[in-house]
Write a protein that binds this ligand. Structure first.
Ligand SMILES: [Zn+2]
Length: 260
């Protein structure tokens, strides 16, 4: 069991770090520019921490949407603090990764907010985080839930529905993964994990569109690894993506940077 005293001392010891992060946030205003937002979901904290240098190398500011918060160890919390200090965003991805529409078939939206959102959010706050963004577990959402959750978060990331129907080599035609600074607080991500088989050239068509139209291409993945299994993203592939974006001069946005 984790000691709450230990956790309190850890939070206290990192307070100057948190204060610096808060100051750094203020430097980044929303400005329409061609870019991309790289996001990761779930709880592969060590794997996320393991690509810290890679993200620095290409000046990426990623967003990590964390779930199963109650089970985080102190060392994982410390890793998330360090990622935040590097300039990344820590968002919220549900307390127990319950998929919304599946859950509310037998329960209500109120139940979802009361059991999945509020307690998990409070656990994050108790750990020293202040999430302003939410990603739906499994991308499962509906409009009523969007409205309710936007009372708690300034922006929500879902997943692209169009991705299922448009061939991967036409990333530039998947309209719902491009954010055009219209103030919409619901954005959708394009999945780039291994099993989705999007080549670097495919993605570059999307990067070019973002550059030409001053849009932001929203991306999501799960666990960085050197393998090629589903729901992981191969690290050398990820590096090629980041290099392509960097060479085009695309700006990297955290999800909460997209709205005032
Ligand atoms: Zn997830």
């Amino acid at each position: 069991m984790k000691s709450s005293l230990l956790r309190f001392l850890l939070v206290l010891s990192l307070f100057p770090v948190l204060r610096c992060t808060g100051d750094a946030r203020g430097m980044f205003k929303v400005a329409p520019a061609g870019g991309y937002a790289l996001t990761f979901d779930d709880d592969s904290i060590e794997a996320w921490y393991g690509i810290r240098d890679l993200l620095k190398k290409y000046q990426v500011r990623a967003t990590f949407f964390v779930t199963n918060v109650e089970q985080l160890s102190n060392s994982q919390i410390e890793m998330l603090f360090k990622l935040e200090f590097d300039g990344h965003e820590i968002g919220f991805h549900g307390r127990n990764h319950l998929e919304l529409n599946q859950y509310i078939r037998e329960n209500s939206l109120d139940d979802y907010i009361r059991t999945e959102v509020i307690p998990g959010y409070e656990e994050m706050v108790a750990d020293g985080f202040a999430p302003t963004s939410f990603a739906y577990p499994g991308g499962s959402r509906n409009k009523t839930a969007d409205e309710e959750l936007l009372k708690y978060f300034k922006i929500i990331r879902g997943v692209s529905e169009s991705q299922r129907h448009v061939p991967a080599h036409n990333v530039d035609k998947i309209d719902d993964v491009f954010y055009d600074f219209d103030g919409n607080r619901i954005v959708n991500g394009l999945g780039i994990d291994n099993h989705l088989a999007i080549s670097v050239d495919d993605l570059t068509t999307g990067f070019r569109r973002a550059l030409d139209r001053r849009e932001v291409l929203i991306l999501y993945a799960h666990k960085p690894s050197y393998g090629d299994s589903a729901y992981t993203i191969n690290i050398p592939y990820l590096e090629k993506i980041l290099k392509s974006a960097h060479e085009l001069g695309l700006r990297s946005f955290r999800i909460s940077d997209l709205v005032p």
